[in-house]
Design a protein around this ligand. Structure first.
Ligand code: FES
Ligand SMILES: [Fe+2]
Length: 459
């Protein structure tokens, strides 16, 4: 993946020396104050704007956050064949993921043990990993295979020359890597999300579309913008006609969190909520997954182009009925899902940078990746999943991941977000602004930043 043009780069390799305050070292004292100024002001629910702008903050994240957490690197299906490989970059670190003998996935630092050449870029299929520079070669399991003219080197132990392993694990087809040998196991790291999400049966669902878009904003500006519904009234007013933002509820489990958005109910913010308008807007073609489900309801009909529900059911009841009927017809197991999970949009945040919009039988998983060097750029990787029938699965063409330019239309709601977020980033520079201020509705933003600080500023 090509990085967008970097703004002035800075050295990511500076050691993370925490300055010690002494009366004789004003420089260290100044740096200590600068770092203090980056911290979340938890009691006041405020976030200093430097968190989104500062090179020092970006450097701290690269040194203290990303090497410590489990990161969603790719999908298992991206490594379908024996010999498949794929790289994943975070900051100045590159990880090489391979599928070797017996289908086993492994991950390594993507670097040659001779003179440090980066071994691979992108993705492909290979029988061995040969460095292009002097042809040192490794097997797909990372063991050393051959070294040209080896007798000209001092004696070397093969085991020491193996590719350096990186931890790898999978969850429902998602491949995660972790650079920290001491971090908890993936299942423990993700808890309790794995248990909460089990009834949706992600393992049955297929990624049908994926797209990457660069965004001119700090990665946290983007995360913040996707974990609250306070902005619906401003950025997505059309959603208020069928989504109850005011009665959306939130759950925070330490670093991870969720919000549950009732669908088929108009926002109490509307001056004159109207069930007919809710039905018309939610069932309109192009209104997304819930619209498709609603139109399939046995209670739904169109008379002279006007949407109606028969049997005296509400929009929400029709959504539940249609969702369960569709599951029955297509052999999907919704038995573990509550009516709210069938009808509503449940949104999960996997710390530090994965968000999932989850409906029954359909979900969108997105990852927000920081730019390697520029705190004011990031990438949004959006993956759409559908629960396909075996016939649909067999007939579907192979998914092609698409990289698009900023401004490319990918969907009405995300387009509205992607237009707004760079404007937020620009505004953060203003001399007339100091701190982000958070409300109850933005509790997930505060939890995210508080968890981030536990990595950046350990006690
Ligand atoms: S740098 Fe890789 S073989 Fe020399
Ligand atoms: Fe949004």
């Amino acid at each position: 993946m090509t990085d967008v043009q970097a703004r002035p780069a800075f050295d990511l390799t500076d050691p993370p020396t925490e300055p010690q305050a002494t009366q004789t070292d004003p420089q260290a004292d100044a740096l200590r104050h600068e770092r203090e100024a980056l911290r979340t002001r938890v009691a006041e629910r405020m976030l200093p704007k430097a968190r989104y702008l500062s090179a020092d903050m970006h450097r701290l994240e690269m040194q203290r956050l990303w090497p410590k957490v489990w990161q969603w690197a790719c999908l298992e299906e991206d490594l379908g064949k024996l010999g498949a490989f794929r790289t994943y970059e975070i900051g100045d670190q590159s990880v090489l993921i391979t599928r070797g003998a017996e289908g086993k996935l492994r991950a390594f630092y993507n670097v040659c043990q001779h003179r440090g050449n980066r071994l691979r870029t992108g993705a492909g299929v290979t029988r061995e990993i040969a460095c292009i520079y002097h042809h040192w070669t490794w097997n797909l399991d990372g063991t050393l295979k051959s070294i040209p003219d080896r007798d000209q080197f001092d004696p070397m132990d093969d085991a020491c020359l193996a590719l350096r392993q990186v931890r790898i694990d999978t969850w429902n087809g998602f491949v995660f890597i972790c650079l920290d040998p001491e971090a908890p196991e993936l299942a423990d790291y993700l808890a309790p999300l794995t248990e909460k999400l089990a009834p949706y049966h992600f393992e049955q669902q297929t990624c049908t579309r994926s797209v990457t878009m660069p965004i001119a904003a700090n990665w946290k500006t983007v995360v913040d913008g996707f974990v609250e519904v306070y902005h619906l009234q401003g950025i997505h007013p059309q959603l208020l006609r069928f989504l109850d933002d005011v009665n959306t509820t939130y759950e925070v489990w330490g670093r991870h969190s969720a919000m549950y958005m009732p669908m088929g109910i108009p926002s109490p913010r509307l001056k004159a909520p109207d069930d007919d308008v809710t039905l018309r807007e939610l069932s309109a073609k192009g209104s997304g997954y819930h619209g498709k489900v609603l139109r399939s309801s046995r209670y739904f009909r169109e008379v002279d182009g006007k949407a109606e529900l028969t049997g005296g059911v509400t929009v929400r009841q029709a959504l539940i009925e249609a969702g369960r009927a569709e599951a029955e017809e297509l052999g999907r197991d919704y038995s573990g899902l509550t009516d709210a999970q069938v009808a509503d949009d449940h949104h999960y945040f996997f710390f530090p940078n994965v968000i999932m919009n989850i409906d029954a039988g359909h979900f969108i998983a997105s990852r927000i990746r920081p730019h390697a060097t520029d705190p004011e750029q990031c990438y949004f990787d959006m993956h759409v999943f559908d629960w396909l029938s075996p016939e649909q699965k067999a007939a579907r063409p192979r998914r092609q991941h698409v990289e698009v330019a900023p401004g490319t239309e990918v969907g009405r709601v995300p387009d509205q977000d992607f237009t707004a977020l760079p404007t937020v980033q620009l505004g953060l520079h203003s001399n007339g602004f100091e701190n982000v201020r958070l409300s109850d509705q933005e509790c997930r933003v505060l939890a995210f930043h508080t968890s981030l600080d536990e990595y950046l500023f350990p006690a």
